[in-house]
Every structure is written in C-alpha cells, then in structure tokens.
Design a protein around this ligand. Structure first.
Ligand code: SF4
Length: 324
C-alpha cells in the first residue's frame, strides 16, 4: 500500500485534509474553462457534439473580456480557452490569449485538433504568449486517425504539429506542447507505437481515458468505461468553472449541452456563481453521495479519473480495496 493510502486510513487525517482542501477550493475555481466557440471542423466518433442541441456560436469579445477580468480579480491560475468545439476556428483567438495573459495572468492553454494550425496561426499564438497547447492525434496510422477524427487529414495534422514544434524551437518561447491519444477500441493496438513516435518530439504524450459522455457515446467503443460507480463526490464541482460561448455556466465540462445551468456570466460574477445556491445544492448532494438525484451526474463516468487519487482517499473512497 502506498504511503498516501496508508495515511488516509486514519480518519482525523482524512477530515483535516478535506476541510483544508474544501476551504481553499471554495475561495475560487482552480481552473476556468471558457468555450470560445462550440463550432468544429471535425466529427469525431467519440465526441458528444453529434448529440448537441444548443446553438453553434462564437463568444463575443466583450463577454470574453468581462470573464477574464473576473478571473484576474479571483486569481484563477489556469485558464483554458476551449470546451466543446475547435478553438482555432475563433478568428480572435490570438487576441483572446493576449488579453488573458495581460489581464488575468496564470497559465493559458488550449486543446486543438491542429488541422487549422497553419504557420501563421501558430506564430500568432506564440507571440500572444500562449503557455500550453495540447494536440489530439487519435491514431498512429492514417487509417486509424481518419476513421476516428472524421473529416480531418492525418498528414495535415502531423505536419502542422511538427511545424509548431519547429517554430517553438526557433522562437525560444516556453510553450509546453503535449500530444494526446484517447485509449479506445480503435486506438488500443497503436498506443505503444504512438508513444514511441511522439515522445522524443513533444514535451509530454498523454493517453487519455475514454469517456462515455453521459452515456451518449459509450457504445461506440469496446472500452465503455461506464461500468463502475462513484466512491467519492465529483471533484469537478470544486475544481473548475465552465462558461459556454453564450455566457451560461453549466454544471461542468461534461455537461456538453448545458442541461444543468448554475449561472450566467452575462449578469453574474464568478464568486456569485461559485458560491451560489445552485452549485452548493449540487455539491451537497455529492457530499451525501446522492449524485443519483442529478440525472446528469447519474449518467456520468467521471469517477474513472478520480480512482487512486488523493481526492478519492480524502473522502474515504478506494481505501477498503487497497487495504486488503
Ligand atoms: S459527476 Fe459528471 S456530470 Fe456530475 S458534476 Fe461531475 S463531471 Fe459533471
């Protein structure tokens, strides 16, 4: 048994850690996820966008600046400029990065499929001061990739990624570049080759767990990842604030269609939403392990990302099995 697990077997240790962590987390979200657009140039087989019913749109610069100013006032240290959609489609993305660095500071990051990451766009993002770019390349071979990331060209994505790596080297900027692949039936046989190929090139290679997206895409892969259950409250409720392109704040980044809205950045502030009655009521259900009372959470497999974490142990989850 590892030391952390051992330590969290002691009830007062768990209680103290939980109290300190929750007090800190209620002061401000660790991370803000801002959906600059929910438009996308792909149609990936594992993405819940195919079930999205909300309007496709682009965040207005005025609203974006209001959110960033608020992030700066709250001291949020990680700001992600993407959610459901391809962020490079937003024509003002470099300006948004620049504004975020100037008015909120912290770490500014995007996750992209890189199909639109031309040399010009990459240069503009580097100059704007972006800190992290994750590139999703779900496949080592062209055949797998183009079967998963429908509508995109494998060669174009690989070339754009290599160009970005080259530009970063030339510029001397401290941009962190990760390359990710989702572990699913379609990619499973290529994970090793993928890692071997990209590891010497990128700063990090990530193997991401397959998500069933509220049971909307679970049947698409042999790896459904939806058979378990929660052994602790969902960390996301104390971790990140998501803002959709129209200003509404959904429950979390899994709530792709904005089914549970807990606030609106058009007329509220981050502290008002973060400590507001709607979010606190949902947190209360979670701390009582009554997530089944929220249909969105009842369909969620987010627990897969919390297994074996300090957060899980802090709530007493996962300790029994590890003690045996
Ligand atoms: S359980 Fe799932 S749907 Fe509910 S808050 Fe957590 S991530 Fe969101």
């Amino acid at each position: 048994m590892n030391l952390k697990r051992k330590l969290f077997q002691i009830a007062p240790v768990r209680e103290t850690a939980r109290r300190i962590s929750l007090t800190r987390r209620l002061q401000r979200p660790v991370k803000a996820t801002i959906e600059v657009t929910n438009a996308c140039n792909s149609s990936c087989i594992m993405c819940p966008r195919q079930h999205m019913t909300r309007r496709i749109g682009f965040m207005e610069l005025e609203l974006f600046k209001k959110i960033i100013d608020d992030c700066g006032r709250c001291g949020i240290r990680i700001i992600q400029l993407f959610n459901f959609g391809e962020p490079l489609i937003h024509p003002e993305l470099p300006e948004m990065v620049r504004y975020t660095k100037a008015h909120a500071g912290g770490r500014v990051q995007i996750s992209t499929n890189a199909a639109l990451l031309s040399e010009e766009k990459a240069q503009a993002l580097l100059e704007a001061g972006i800190d992290r770019i994750n590139i999703d390349i779900d496949g080592y071979t062209r055949e797998t990739y183009e079967g998963v990331r429908r509508k995109l060209s494998f060669d174009q994505v690989v070339n754009n990624t290599k160009n970005l790596l080259k530009l970063r080297r030339k510029s001397g900027k401290r941009l962190f570049i990760s390359i990710s692949i989702i572990r699913m039936k379609e990619t499973e046989g290529e994970l090793k080759a993928f890692r071997k190929y990209w590891k010497p090139l990128a700063d990090r290679v990530l193997e991401v767990e397959y998500n069933v997206w509220l049971k909307k895409v679970g049947t698409k892969s042999g790896l459904t990842n939806g058979a378990g259950s929660f052994t602790c409250p969902c960390k996301f409720l104390w971790d990140q604030l998501v803002v959709l392109h129209d200003g509404r704040v959904p429950l979390c980044c899994l709530d792709y269609d904005g089914q549970v809205v807990v606030g609106n950045m058009l007329n509220e502030t981050i502290p008002q939403i973060w400590n507001g009655a709607r979010l606190n009521k949902i947190r209360h259900f979670h701390t009582n392990m009554e997530m089944g009372k929220i249909p969105t959470c009842a369909a969620c497999n987010q627990y897969i990302y919390m297994e074996g974490s300090q957060w899980q142990y802090m709530w007493g989850g996962g300790l029994k099995q590890s003690a045996s």
